[in-house]
Design a protein around this ligand. Structure first.
Ligand code: UD1
Length: 465
């Protein structure tokens, strides 16, 4: 893919990619140390929303450091269906939204990718009308969009939900959203992003209170600022946006993925290895670094954007509660659970952001972990070792958790359901191979298919969006 010119508007063979991921498995021969340097890709959650943000501008936008992910391809397909022109050259994506041909996003695609719903803010701001299918619930929880809708209504939009579609329009001859004071009941990342995009082109000032403070929100704000938007306070709980009539062309580079970086720190910690990661933004990783240090993992900042993980003498247990940024990220919860299974003592994880995000616990137990789940709390009793087994991914971050556990487990682990992994990790298996991991992507055999067919809990196969 690297270096090839790919026209996303012609549509990547997404169905084929996903079928291939469905029919392949990862086989890991665990218990080996890793070594070397790994390059961290651009942030998935920034890339998706920044692609939506490019809709705000009717001139050329160049986005750099775009990760190679199934979700990015899918977002590209959503934008293409709206009539936007997209061209990709390796990690560089050129977007031209001079003409948005339709305000109606395709049902099948938006229902598969929650982040594509966030484009409603940009489409409404540009056209004064948007028809966006509801993203629906998913494997990790119900994930409503009420905060997005209420915020757009506060800015003067009429919003009706009918037949699974969120129909929004701005009344009046100017069809321009109006600045408003909006308090978010909870600091939703997506709602903050939707409303920030909508407010950049609104008439007057918008104040978002209790806004999300995630680095990806700041990245989106920086993209908008680079296009001429007037935004202050991104990264704090109060974001002030002074609407402008038009934005201009930009050339913008996405931040490194803090969740991918955290996953590689854990890969080093769980295999007791020394790995160097770059580029990273240490500040974005503070809660993860703090917990790793508490567990006895050694981390050294070699340069401002370079982090080295060194083997721990012993892995101490710890307790974790997931929280909005700058708290411990929910996206690191599953991968961290894998490490805690091997700590010397009892740990506890409380998942407070999503209501159903502990389903990987039972898969980790297949590998010999000792985890009990009650409500949104997982009680993890450390075991001396894990042992390889066939397992299935239940969602994206659960997939990473299983890969990590497989790297540490004695013997062979086979991981099924790779479509989840490929959604959000840029060639994780290839990067691990380069670090010396014994991991291979192979076509599923008859025995692998039998395992999937025999899983009695079919709900484990629900896909996450
Ligand atoms: C984003 C990230 C996801 C991450 C999550 C939390 C993207 C593409 N995805 O998801 O990886 O796990 O932030 O850090 O950026 N909620 C409501 N009403 C709403 C919106 C959200 O009740 O209108 C609830 C959700 O159900 C959830 C909580 O708020 O329980 C947090 O969700 P939110 O921050 O919105 O997550 P996303 O933006 O969907």
């Amino acid at each position: 893919m690297e270096g090839r010119l790919i026209n996303l508007s012609s549509g990547l063979p997404d169905a084929k990619v996903s079928r291939a991921a469905d029919s392949s498995v990862l086989r890991i021969s665990g218990g080996h140390r890793l070594h070397g340097h790994v390059t961290i890709s651009g942030a998935k959650n920034s890339a998706l929303v920044i692609m939506a943000g490019a809709l705000l501008c009717s001139e050329d936008c160049r986005i750099r450091n775009v990760p190679l992910l199934a979700d990015v391809d899918k977002m590209g397909q959503v934008l293409s269906a709206l009539g936007i022109s997209l061209e990709r050259h390796g990690n560089v994506l050129d977007v031209n939204a001079s003409e948005i041909r339709t305000s109606k996003a395709p049902y099948e695609l938006v229902t598969q990718l929650r982040a594509s719903f966030f484009a409603i803010g940009a489409i409404l701001a540009r056209l004064g009308v948007a028809q966006m299918p509801l993203p629906g619930g998913c494997a990790i929880g119900a994930r409503p969009v009420d905060l997005h809708v209420r915020g757009l209504q506060a800015m003067g939009a009429e919003v009706q939900i009918e037949h699974g579609i969120c129909n929004a329009y701005v009344p009046g001859s100017k069809r321009r959203l109006q600045g408003a004071n909006i308090y978010l009941d909870s600091p939703s990342v997506g709602a903050t992003e939707t409303l920030m995009m909508a407010a950049t082109l609104a008439e007057g000032e918008t104040i978002l209170e209790n806004a999300a403070r995630e680095p990806e929100v700041v990245d989106l704000a920086n993209l908008c600022i680079s296009m001429g938007a007037k935004i202050k306070g991104a990264g704090t709980s109060t974001i002030i946006i002074d609407g402008v009539p038009k934005l201009h062309s930009t050339d913008y580079t996405i931040i490194p993925d803090r969740i991918e970086a955290g996953t590689f720190l854990l890969a080093g910690a769980i295999t007791r290895s020394e790995i160097l990661l770059s580029p990273v933004i240490g500040e974005h990783l503070l809660p993860v670094i703090a917990k790793l240090r508490e567990m006895g993992v050694k981390l050294v900042e070699e340069a401002p954007d370079c982090l080295r993980v060194l083997p721990a003498d012993i892995l101490r247990p710890t307790d974790i509660e997931t929280l909005p940024h700058p708290g411990f990220p929910t996206d690191m919860q599953a991968p961290f659970m894998s490490l805690l299974t091997l700590a010397e003592g009892d740990s506890l994880i409380n998942e407070s952001v999503f209501e159903n995000r502990l389903r990987h616990a039972s898969e980790l137990n297949r590998l010999g972990a000792d985890i009990r789940v009650k409500g949104n709390t997982a009680f993890i009793r450390g075991v001396p070792m894990l042992s390889g087994a066939p397992v299935i991914c239940t969602d994206l971050r659960a997939a990473a958790a299983l890969v990590l556990a497989g790297l540490a487990a004695q013997g062979q682990t086979t991981i099924h359901g790779l479509q989840h992994l490929d959604r959000g990790y840029d060639r994780l298996d290839v990067k691990l191979q380069q670090l010396g991991a014994k991991i291979q992507r192979l076509p599923a055999t008859g025995r692998d298919r039998e395992f999937i067919n025999n899983i009695s809990d079919t709900s484990v196969q629900i896909s996450s969006k």
